[in-house]
Design a protein around this ligand. Sequence first.
Ligand code: ADP
Length: 506
Amino acid sequence: MYPSCPVAWGHELPSSLVKVLFVTPECYPLVKTGGLADVAGALPLALAPLGADVRVLLPAYPGVRGRLRKVRTVAPLLSLMGGDGSLLEGTTAEGLQVWLVDAPHLFRRDGGGPYAGPGGEDWPDNHLRFAALSWVGAALGSGVVDAGWRPDVLHLHDWQAALTAAYLHYDPVMAADRPPTVLTIHNLAFQGLFDGALAPSIRLPAHVMDGDGLEYWGHLSFLKAGVLWADHLTTVSPTYAREILTPGGGMGFDGLLRARAGHLTGIVNGIDDHLWDPATDTHLAPPYSTYSTRRLHAKAVSKAALQAELGLTVRPDVPLFGVVSRLSHQKGLDLLLQAWHRVAHRGAQLVVLGTGEAALEEGFRHLVGHHRHDVAAVIGFDEGLSHRVQAGADAIVVPSRFEPCGLTQLYGLRYGTLPVVARVGGLADTVIDANEAALRDGVATGFAFSPVDAGPLGVALERVCDLYAERPAWQKVQKRAMSRDVGWDLAAARYLALYERLVPAR
Ligand code: ADP
């Protein structure tokens, strides 16, 4: 009767939207320790305009509730792994709808982070904490907890959410009416391993420790639940999807994963290209400068600002390498410590922002001691500085031994900060090496080396110095890197196609 009435249209639209609940331990800007947070914060926003109604379920760590708007209690969560809690709902400034598992006995802690206490040791009750997150995910998906909105698909992220698949498998009430599930493995190195005797304390039957259950080399593995029972598995690049099927890359899971290879897809992550845009980046206030391909000269302003901020000699004529990373064996930064002498004598400079293993932190402090005016190390986690490093450095070094996707090389492309990457996983899928043929054909976007060792890395660092000395050729590669599409559109369309394939006709 009123065909142009906006209310009528508004009522029709939602029924056609696929409803997806992300179950995740991190989500930017609420809580972040690594790339998973960036994905969980950005992918739902990229999916919304394509026709998905995505909400995020996350633990109410300290400080998270205060960052949400219009917070209200949706449902009680009684006797949740040793205490009572409640389900809260709120919205981020970006418009993302978030549900919080508010369970003070599990998540309200002084100091530390999402996974570890102030001393860096894992919280001793992590099995209870992430079983609680997973259980609530399963309860919302199966309708056991009614929050007035029921997802068509549960999208589980990493081991902390993977146990959702176990509850949907073992709990007869949940299993009777469960939605399809997708597990994304952001990093197979993290498998959620606990003592098998803990199973009853997390609402699982003791027989989960059978070989065809969650037993994994004598432990109980949360991740295994998702690998066995999620309807579809994804990981964050096609090359990593192949690597994890091999004994070398499968970290003990390759046999199980090969059995599910027909249900495993690699989808390269995007980045939030509004937050990470050198032309508008709010972290680049003076003395830093925003810039673009058309105002590339302004990148030199940010380089000088970064050199000055970190006490390096301010000089434009030598390449400034950057690192923004967890300091862990995976990231291969011990190789950078070994290889640095190859370019130190050429005057190259290095800025490291990272935190993690004590030996690596010490290694970089030691390097600074030897090259006080050319090497700086900031040991800590600093979101603003991570943007300033991307803007001020000439090249970003990512020498990972394995890398499911990697985000810092994507930020590097966007900022014309040429990535120097190990040819593994998502790094191999996203950076085209500046070899002679690629330079001639105009397709190079960075530097890739293999095998992952100090020697080949040293050669790559030298190649950076060589190309940097030929400024017009360097700038050509920079401009090409900056014009690469590294946003979420393509990946979001692939996730949506996957959800729609899994959801029975609605
Ligand atoms: P991973 O998730 O394995 O740590 P990724 O490259 O996928 O590695 O994502 C790392 C994310 O964390 C990026 O957004 C990066 O900028 C950020 N990051 C890593 N270390 C730091 C740090 N010390 N300070 C600020 N941001 C950091």
